[in-house]
Design a protein around this ligand. Structure first.
Ligand SMILES: Nc1ncnc2c1ncn2[C@@H]1O[C@H](COP(=O)(O)OP(=O)(O)O)[C@@H](O)[C@H]1O
Ligand SMILES: [Mg+2]
Length: 260
């Protein structure tokens, strides 16, 4: 059935998804979530909970890691994404920024950005230029360093480049995997601003974070994964008030909660 959300963009529907790696390793069990158009949804959870696996399932990169969706469905509007390859996801408007900001260290900033729109087929110069302008407006520091090898950028700048490269494909849904990992507080703050700005421009964001405070401040809804299963889901402000989230992910002790 065709969908017609208020502002016209598709909604991501992940329904009862199971993911298995290899023959036996069950990484996700019956996980469901939705990302409505132009919203930010946060995905939280400890190391190994299955956050990256969920993003891979949506972006079609699971197979590159010998994983497969073995039950449930993933749809973006009317487009079925489960079992598809990354090109199909990118064409549908869904682009993942992998964890660990994997930029091509030996290539220049500009070359890294140009690799971002590949797979989209014929795109006019004007479209590519528009995407580049958007990236450089968002990240003026990259504009100053177009010819520098990406490997010489700071960690924060490499994260910006990784995000910028994804934006070159003009996504309607951006899948961001731990963008703040290993960055100094000031840079984490900058990344948060960038996510807010990208979202304000109408792009939906599924944000995986270990920095729960940052993620919950950006998101409207959030889900907490625990060893492959959804432990908690709800509006971000409600989750931020639950004892479990405050204790486990916001670094507060039981005493803090008693005192608050
Ligand atoms: N390529 C892979 N092959 C086998 N197991 C994997 C692979 N990638 C991840 N896993 C396993 O799947 C589970 C979820 O991992 P992951 O999605 O990376 O968690 P998170 O991103 O929340 O840290 C873990 O038990 C992890 O060891
Ligand atoms: Mg991960």
């Amino acid at each position: 059935m065709p969908e017609a959300p208020p502002d016209g963009g598709p909604t991501l529907h992940v329904e009862d998804v199971d993911v298995t790696y290899g023959r036996a390793l069950s990484a996700l069990r019956s996980v469901s979530l939705t990302v409505p158009p132009a919203t930010v949804v946060a995905l939280l959870g400890a190391n190994g909970a299955g956050k990256t696996t969920l993003l891979r399932a949506v972006s079609g990169t699971l197979r590159l890691h010998r994983g497969a969706v073995t039950a449930g469905s993933i749809r973006y509007g009317d487009t079925v994404l489960d079992g598809k390859d990354p090109v199909a996801a990118v064409r549908a408007g869904v682009v993942q920024v992998p964890e660990g900001r994997r930029v091509f260290a030996g290539l220049s900033v500009d070359e890294n950005l140009r690799s971002g729109g590949l797979g989209l087929g014929r795109r006019g110069r004007a479209q590519v230029q528009e995407a580049r302008d958007r990236v450089f407006t968002l990240f003026p520091r990259l504009a100053e360093r177009t010819h520098q090898p990406a490997g010489l950028l700071s960690g924060g700048e490499q994260q910006m480049l990784a995000i910028g490269r994804a934006l070159m494909a003009a996504p309607r849904l951006l899948l961001l995997d731990e963008p703040s990992l290993g960055l100094a507080p000031q840079m984490v703050h900058r990344i948060a601003e960038v996510v807010r700005e990208i979202n304000a421009q109408g792009t939906a964001v599924l944000l995986v974070e270990q920095n729960a405070g940052m993620a919950l401040s950006l998101a409207s809804h959030a889900h907490v994964l625990e060893v492959g299963e959804t432990r908690l889901s709800g509006p971000a402000d409600e989750l931020a008030r639950t004892d479990a989230v405050r204790r486990l992910y916001l670094g507060e002790s039981a005493q803090d909660q008693g005192a608050a």
